[in-house]
Each structure stands twice: as C-alpha cells, then as structure tokens.
Design a binder for this molecule. Structure first.
Ligand SMILES: *Cc1c(COP(=O)(O)O)cnc(C)c1O
Length: 470
C-alpha cells in the first residue's frame, strides 16, 4: 500500500507576477513581491459528511480539520496540532467562540475571549505559534512590521512578545485608538516589541508598511515579515469559526447567514473561503460604519476612497480595504493583470469602476449595509435592554445591519471585540461602564512605552534598523 501523501498546496498572487509559494513561505512573506496578496491556487473542498462530522467537536479539533488541507507538507500533523492547542490555551471561554442567542433566529458569535479581547487573537495567536515552529526549524530571524487600527497591534504584540527569532514593530495612528487599545500595545515589557504612534490615520500607517514591503532592498536587509490581515495565514485561521458556528446551528443540513463588521475585509473573506470549501452559507453580509466605501462600492459599482472619518468603532475606520483585492481577483476571473490595473488606478486616481461582470459576481456572494453613529449607539442600547448583552460598537454595527437583512436562514453576527475595549461608547449608549476581565484589571497602572513618528518612510526605516536585534 502506498503512503497517503498530502496534496501539494500552492499560493498565487492576486496580481499574477510574484513567485508561486507553499504555505510556509506564504505565511512568512505576507505581501507578495508584486504588491499583491496571496490566495490558494485552488481551495480544498470538504464533503458534506466531513462538515457534518465537525458538529460538537472541540474548537481545536475543528481547527485542525479545517486548516490541515491548506498546509500541504509545510508542517506535519503533530506540529500543527500542538500549535493549535497552544494558540487557544489562553482563551478564557472553553468553547473559544461561543454562540449567544439574541433573537428568534439571530445569534451572536463571541470572538472576544482571547488575550487582547478582539477576534484578531484567533489568527494572531496561531500564527505566532506557526512562525515560531518555522523559524526554530530554519534558524532564520524576521522583523515583523504591521499597521493597526487598534486591535491587530495588541494581538500581534501579545502573540510574538518574547519570541527569540522575531522583532515586532507596530504602527498605529496617534490619538485615534481607544485608551485600552493603546495601553495594550504600549505596556507589554518584552524587549522585542515596539509600539510606534504615527501622525496620520490608519491608511497612513498601512501605506507606510506597504512602502516598506515594496522597498525590496530594505525588505531583504531586515527580513521583513507581515502579519496584517493581508497575511494569508490570518485569513485561514479565521475560516475555522465559520465552520464551528454553522455546524452548531445545523450546517451542512441547513444554510447559515453571517453578518461581519468589516474594515479591511479579512474576516468576511474568511467566510467566503469557508463557503468555497463547501460550507452552506446563505449570505455573507458586509457591515460598515460611516466609513462605508465597501457598502458604496456594492451599491454603485464604484470603489472611491474618501477621507477617513473617526467613529465610535475605530477598528473599522478604513477607506482602503486591503483584502477586498482578494474578492476582486475572483470577481475578475483570477486575472492578475486586471487586478494590478485596478490597483494602479486606485493609487493614481483614488478610485476605480468595478466592471459589470465583476459587480454581478460580488453581488451574488455578498450583501452589504451600513450603520451611522446614532444607529450604532441605539443598537447598543436596544440590544442591552432586550437581551442583557452589552455589545462593543463594532459588533453593534453588525447587529444593526443584520436586523435589516431579510433571510430565513439563522443569522450569525460576529461580535468582534469585548465591550470593555470601548468603554466610553458603551457607557454613552447604556449608562453602564463595562469592566475589563480580572486578568487585565491593572492595565491603567502599568507604565507605557511608545515612540512618536511622522508620516515619513526614512525615519521609520532608520528606527527599525537601529532597534532590531540582528
Ligand atoms: C479588525 C476589526 C474589525 C474589522 O475586521 P476586518 O477583518 O479588517 O474586516 C472589526 N471589528 C473589530 C473589533 C476589529 O478589531
């Protein structure tokens, strides 16, 4: 009998001009060298029986079965299993991603029981473990640089703090993250993590990171690695909770709908991958705050950037939604040259028209809605009165949009952060100030460590050269 070998698994760039990579190289690279994003050459499919068998399994077991086919031979089963176990050991809820019922057919998927209280922990904790396994094996070192609208940064700092082979630099927009978010980034004491406050908004930070990746000499000099939601491994880790929630609610025997508070389009794209793997998803709903470029694009067919307006859901204050490029790649029939042209247009003219065919493709797969600031606050208050559940403002954007969506399928809204991460908005809406979990009750007493930087590549690169441990 021949041994059963895992199928080769390769990843291609959305702009079609970067090397084809395996899972490990895709994870360590982040952004493709042609400026594009890596996606699987083909998405592995699970049979209805395989999906049905997930129902009721521990979260870690579901994670192993969903992630395994994407890894190819980059990690063996034991390493993957161990990485998954370690990644979720620090979560406070035994279900990891528990479901709560909000209404007759409306459920909340709580993704905020990890170490930094936002869904970003699901992916970041796992890729921290996988980076460590890969780098220990090769003896390589990397410099991780990431931009954050608040939650990615703390999740990355928490996941990589103290790791020998990694230095971490996180750029956040000065004055535009909540105090809890800022303190989660500035108070860890490990010497290999660095919080950088940049003068600008999230898009400024993201553009600086992209420029660094596109400076190939610098990229190679410091072995740059990216852990923003453009990193494929992040998207992959997030696919798991769509399977966990849907099978708990009756999939594959019935379809389930999801509403996703959306900024950079990483989380909702994970839902799209779950569907491509065979999970019956009735609809995937993009929920935006008043920074509504994605909702406008779905309505009008024009993707036009505007200036970012601060909101009470700051982790979604984004105008350039990086992972949308992955959706466009599929919508344009996986034509990398067409996607590259759109992205050139975006850079030059701050917007582009989506072709009629691509728009129809997207509208068949995604619905969308937006919540104004008042609607978000009213949803926090109303949900609390009706169910006792305190929503963070991002989750409230989702609940507002979900409640307006007609569907017969069970609707699951992703609760992307803990209310105590955004206590001012929650208190303003309900009069109640949500308390931090006991394990971080002293957050406001810990000393902060942060460097302020202008919107300028040169001083940033100089700082990274100086601080990274060669
Ligand atoms: C990052 C984040 C979002 C947006 O997720 P994307 O994957 O960027 O679309 C929504 N809510 C919270 C709390 C977040 O941290």
């Amino acid at each position: 009998m021949t041994a059963h070998m895992p199928a080769p698994m390769t990843y291609v760039s959305t702009r079609g001009r970067a090397p084809v990579l395996d899972f490990e190289a895709t994870m360590l690279t982040g952004l493709a060298r042609d400026g594009g994003l890596y996606v699987p050459a083909t998405v592995p499919v699970m049979s209805a029986a395989e999906i049905a068998a997930l129902a009721g399994l521990p979260y870690e077991d579901i994670a192993f079965r969903v992630i395994r086919p994407f890894i190819g031979d980059a990690f063996d089963d034991a390493t993957l299993r161990e990485s998954i176990t370690r990644a979720y050991a620090g979560f406070e809820h035994p279900a990891r991603a528990p479901l709560k019922q909000l209404g007759a057919n409306h459920f909340l998927l709580e993704l905020f029981h990890g170490p930094t209280l936002a869904f970003k922990d699901f992916a970041m904790q796992l890729i921290g473990q996988l980076f460590q396994a890969a780098l220990a094996r090769s003896g390589q070192r990397v410099t991780i640089v990431g931009a954050t609208s608040g939650d990615t940064g703390s999740a990355a700092i928490e996941a990589f703090a103290g790791l020998d082979a990694v230095d971490v630099f996180i750029l956040y927009p000065h004055g535009r993250v909540s105090e809890v978010q800022r303190r989660q980034m500035t108070t860890p004491t490990a010497a290999n993590v660095h919080a950088l406050a940049v003068d600008g908004d999230f898009d400024t930070c993201q553009a600086l990171v992209k420029d660094m990746f596109n400076d190939h000499a610098f990229r190679d000099e410091v072995s740059l690695a990216g852990v923003n939601s453009i990193n494929w491994a992040r998207v992959l880790a997030q696919v798991v909770y769509y399977f966990a929630a849907a099978t708990a609610l009756g999939a594959p025997h019935r379809a389930v709908a999801f509403t996703v508070p959306t900024g950079n389009f990483g989380d909702i794209f994970a839902g799209h991958i779950a569907r491509a793997m065979g999970l019956p998803v009735d609809r995937l709903v993009i929920a935006t705050n008043h920074n509504d470029i994605l909702h406008r694009a779905m309505q009008s067919g024009r993707y036009d950037t505007d200036t970012v307006r601060p909101s009470i859901s700051p982790s979604m204050d984004i105008q350039v939604s990086s992972n949308f490029e992955r959706a466009l790649f599929d919508a344009y029939g996986r034509d990398g040259a067409a996607v590259a042209q759109l992205m050139d247009e975006l850079r030059a003219a701050k917007g582009f028209a989506i072709s009629q065919g691509a728009l129809e493709f997207l509208r068949e797969r995604y619905a969308s809605g937006r919540a104004s600031e008042d609607e978000t606050a009213a949803t926090i208050a109303r949900t609390h009165r009706a169910t006792g559940e305190l929503l963070c403002p991002h989750s409230a954007v989702g609940v507002h949009v979900a409640e307006a969506m007609p569907t017969d399928a069970p609707m699951v809204t992703l609760a992307t952060a803990h209310p105590a991460k955004f206590p001012d908005a929650v208190e303003a809406a309900t009069g109640l100030r949500p308390a931090l979990p006991a394990r971080m009750a002293d957050l406001f007493d810990r000393p902060e460590r942060v460097t302020r930087l202008p919107d300028d590549l040169a001083p940033l690169q100089a700082l990274i050269r100086e601080r990274r441990r060669a």
